[in-house]
Design a protein around this ligand. Structure first.
Ligand code: AMP
Length: 429
């Protein structure tokens, strides 16, 4: 299949060629015709699948080449984070480079005045985070009464971040008659409820099994004492000669501390999280993208949707207690056909999170103890001792790992199968 099959205009196809895309990704192949046909769409899509082009290309096609005389925005894309808003707007700009359409990004953490000027000058596509868009609505600096197409990008994360009320208030300011597209990596009951309320007779696009992760990603779990995690991470980066790695911590404070310590050890690290100024976040991301920074330490919210091409390694320095975060985090690797490794450093107290992740993925993740980093700290030893009685059994046993025979490689000792305790289901151990 090629992009020529969709009936996209020559100007859009030219931009797609400039991007170097030879064939549509699965989500693009499914979503583009539906969006062009004017359907509401409910799409299961992770970052890295080409979802941005899947909605942007047909939106540009639908908006047409001639801007409306009264230049109020006609398409609105809502995203959970500022970084994602900036990235989506950049994509709109690139895919629409040969069209006379204007777009702008509207998000917090930066001065509102240039946004007001851009909106006043007239734009066709607005990409926004909910909070700042509401500010504009309240100040009457944005006009949403001519929106024809609404996109909720990474809707699950917007709900996780507590944006549901903001989203509802924004929707209330839109015309009743419009096309709605909802993209989400995971489907909780809350997302389904929102979809039911928002979408009219939606077409479902689901190119990957729900909550699945890209097949090109290799998963590795390294049990380790909490106190040895930093040394193990430095060891993996150094011995594995990792050129770049994105590392997730649970807290902003933890991200700062880890980045500072790794940097001191000469690993060239920086942190990105929501307490940093927007400029600092943009700079950290740019430095990482340009290869000036080797280790980017991020919290979940800050890293959401970051488009970092061909990132070979993602490390869960701490597992999130929300299993879906694992899917989102590792969505940053193994993208666009390239191989990726998702490495999780798991201390005893995180085994319950690991169990939840394995249940979500429907499989066990291969577990390898790294020599010299055996979890021998008092708090970690019990969970790895096969002689100890098992903790609470999970309700449903996850299937055997597809990577059961993975070797840890030289210097890695794979624990014999069957000696691994099944993680507990609840947070009681
Ligand atoms: P997204 O899922 O929208 O964040 O896109 C992930 C990456 O895939 C971006 O860097 C896009 O430039 C790239 N991409 C999108 N569509 C295609 C395509 N059809 N072929 C190759 N790369 C693509």
């Amino acid at each position: 299949m090629t992009f020529d099959c969709f009936g996209l205009s020559a100007d859009i196809l030219r931009a797609v060629r400039t991007e170097g895309y030879s064939a549509p990704t699965p989500i693009q192949a499914q979503a583009i015709p539906l969006v062009i046909a004017g359907r509401d769409v409910l799409a299961a899509a992770q970052t890295g699948t080409g979802k941005t082009a899947a909605f942007t290309l047909p939106i540009l096609q639908r908006l047409g080449t001639a801007p409306a005389r009264h230049r109020a925005p006609r398409a609105l894309v809502l995203t959970p984070t500022r970084e994602l808003a900036a990235q989506v707007r950049e994509s709109v700009h690139r895919y629409g480079r040969h069209l006379p359409l204007r777009s702008t990004a509207v998000f917090g953490g930066v001065s509102i005045n240039p946004q007001i000027t851009a909106l006043r000058n007239g734009v066709d596509v607005v990409v926004a985070t909910p909070g700042r868009l509401l500010d504009h609505l309240q100040q009457r600096t944005v006009e949403l009464s001519r929106i024809e197409i609404l996109v909720l990008d990474e809707a699950d994360r917007m709900l996780d971040m507590g944006f549901i009320r903001d989203i509802r208030r924004i929707i209330a300011a839109l015309p009743q008659k419009r096309q709605n597209l909802l993209f989400s990596a995971t489907f909780s009951g809350e997302i389904r409820k929102l979809a039911d309320q928002l979408l009219q007779n939606p077409a479902a696009v689901d190119t990957a099994p729900r909550n699945s992760v890209a097949e090109l990603i290799t998963h590795k779990v390294h049990p380790v004492a909490q106190s040895r995690k930093r040394a193990l991470l430095a060891h993996l980066i150094d011995k594995g000669q990792w050129s770049q790695v994105l590392v997730f911590t649970r807290t902003k404070h933890g991200a700062n501390r880890l980045a500072t310590q790794l940097d001191r050890e000469g690993l060239n690290a920086t942190a990105i999280h929501s307490s940093k100024s927007q400029n600092a976040r943009t700079k950290a991301l740019q430095d990482f993208k340009r290869g000036r920074v080797r280790v980017l330490v991020a919290t979940d919210i800050a890293a959401r949707g970051l488009d970092i091409e061909a990132l070979p390694y993602v490390v869960n320095y701490e597992l999130s207690n929300i299993a879906e975060d694992y899917v989102h985090r590792i969505g940053r690797t193994g993208r666009a056909g390239s191989q990726g490794q998702a490495v999780s450093l798991v201390s005893a107290d995180e085994r319950k999170h690991l169990a939840n992740i394995e249940r979500l993925l429907g499989r066990r993740l291969p577990c390898t103890v790294i020599e010299g980093f055996e979890p021998v700290a008092a708090d970690d030893r019990p969970s790895l001792d096969p002689a100890r009685p098992r903790p609470n059994r999970p309700r449903r046993k996850p299937p055997q790992s597809t990577y059961a025979n993975n070797s840890g490689g030289p210097g890695h000792s794979t624990r014999p199968r069957g000696t691994r305790r099944r993680p507990a289901r609840t947070g009681t151990n």
